[in-house]
Design a protein around this ligand. Sequence first.
Ligand SMILES: Nc1ncnc2c1ncn2[C@@H]1O[C@H](COP(=O)(O)OP(=O)(O)OP(=O)(O)O)[C@@H](O)[C@H]1O
Length: 268
Amino acid sequence: MSASTISAKNVGKVYGGEPPLTALDGISLDIRPGEFVSILGPSGCGKSTFLRCIAGLEEISSGSLKADGRDIAGPPDHVGMVFQRDALLEWRTIERNIMLPIEFAKKPLANYRQAMRELLALAGLTDFGGKYPRQLSGGMRQRAAICRALIDQPSLLLMDEPFGALDALTRDQMNAELQRIWLETRNTVVFVTHGIAEAVYLADRVVVLSPRPGRIADIIEVDLPRPRKLAVRETPEFGRYTHRIRALFHDMGLIHEEPGKVDEGVAA
Ligand SMILES: Nc1ncnc2c1ncn2[C@@H]1O[C@H](COP(=O)(O)OP(=O)(O)OP(=O)(O)O)[C@@H](O)[C@H]1O
């Protein structure tokens, strides 16, 4: 499977309206092929907007944004997307949900049956291909959504808070599973999250955005060996990364240590 490069130069996004709203300002970022990048920032800072621009679902207002050297104009080929809500179709079996992108692309389903079986196995869903979404737990549904995003071998996987709706334990497990799947596929991943630990655990680099308008506040290289066990999160090395990010949020006025104050949209 090939892996995409993304090149953002001075990307700005202004939503029209009265008054217009600047969601992104001066975002410059080069994402390497096969890199796993987490985009972390407070609620409303433009994370989803940036992801939607990369997906070609939203037009940028200024700057340049390229995938594999070409300007992004409309959804590029070979992009898989996973959202917070799994968006599985309840009336289709898991297998038929996973095959949806193949049907949309009018490609022969038979050519993808083997790939589907492999993905189901990779996601621990071998026995669930014939079930309906309602027969699966939240974590299993999200794993099926990931299989669907991967079935057409995307070179770029875009994930918008894919585990945000899951309970903490399931979310931990999904983090480990996603890492395992990605180590097999090695496509480029852009992963949007509010969770500091999740961002660090998964990423090669964590891109921290400031409150709106979203600007890059810092980019943190995560130099922890892979595969990473979940227990890595209890090590001092891991703590140094999360501490640095928390300090950044503190400096931006987003985390208040005094009792009684609530952290704004940023989870541990
Ligand atoms: N289609 C739109 N039209 C106008 N404004 C929009 C649109 N989509 C997003 N916005 C605004 O742009 C800003 C950034 O939104 P965005 O959803 O990208 O933030 P986010 O960081 O992903 O937030 P969250 O973490 O809460 O999902 C917000 O102020 C939002 O209200």
